[in-house]
Ligand binder design. Sequence first.
Ligand SMILES: Nc1ncnc2c1ncn2[C@@H]1O[C@H](COP(=O)(O)OP(=O)(O)OP(=O)(O)O)[C@@H](O)[C@H]1O
Length: 271
Amino acid sequence: MAECTHDCSSCGESCGERTEAFDFKAKANPHSNVKKVIAVMSGKGGVGKSLVTASLAAACQKAGRQAAVLDADITGPSIPKAFGVHTRAMGNEEGILPVLTKTGIKLMSLNLLVENESDPVVWRGSLIAGTVKQFWTDVQWGDVDYMFVDMPPGTGDVPLTVFQSLPVDGIIIVTSPQELVSMIVEKAVKMAEMMDLPILGLVENYSYFQCPDCGKQHAIFGESHIDDIAAAHGLKVLARLPIDPNLAAACDAGTAEDFAPNYLEDVAKEL
Ligand SMILES: Nc1ncnc2c1ncn2[C@@H]1O[C@H](COP(=O)(O)OP(=O)(O)OP(=O)(O)O)[C@@H](O)[C@H]1O
């Protein structure tokens, strides 16, 4: 341990004489000027978190704000595919440059750095968490109004790293109507509360399917519990998304950005 200077603000040691709480925040790249960071999380996998992230970024960009997506879902990165981006990110001595989508959304994802998109990432949690941190410190994001962080599912190592090291302004929790999900959403809500981060609201995906012939709405995954969960935690329901096969097809085709209607347009406006 280096000799104590009694200046806790510039010291990384957690000794008994520390008078200020240790700040885990990572320094952004000097070429980054990100105004708002919004984490999109879910308690469990497959609820459509990446699709919600991509739609939010597309809606913000369309509304004239510079949007960016930091893909923190290192082992299951689906953001580049949703935007049809398959180029590799370039860099210089100052750091890595984000890749731009068709409408100019700035992206960074591990899939933009690996040689082969389909190679699995067989890494330990600490390495994955370190990579996410580097997406903040080593990427030259430039000017960004809204950065959406596509979190890995759950409440583990990487979400913890994101919440501790990035200046997250708010969290959006994505959920689906199944009964089991309400308990899992609570875990995500409690994690946000523990980290003392504001939850901007809940987005329920797969809420219903609207029959293209008669227009009737069917609750394919069962009746929604979202209002009860929201009320129990004093949260807002930001949006309910239908099951829309055309939306899934647009994501597969890499045209999520162009998809209309963008079900999250009103949420983007609210942001
Ligand atoms: N509302 C929807 N209507 C139709 N298809 C959807 C909808 N939401 C998501 N999907 C499709 O479901 C699949 C899973 O969605 P997505 O990758 O966004 O989930 P995720 O929660 O991010 O998953 P993971 O936990 O693996 O990160 C994708 O193929 C996506 O296109």
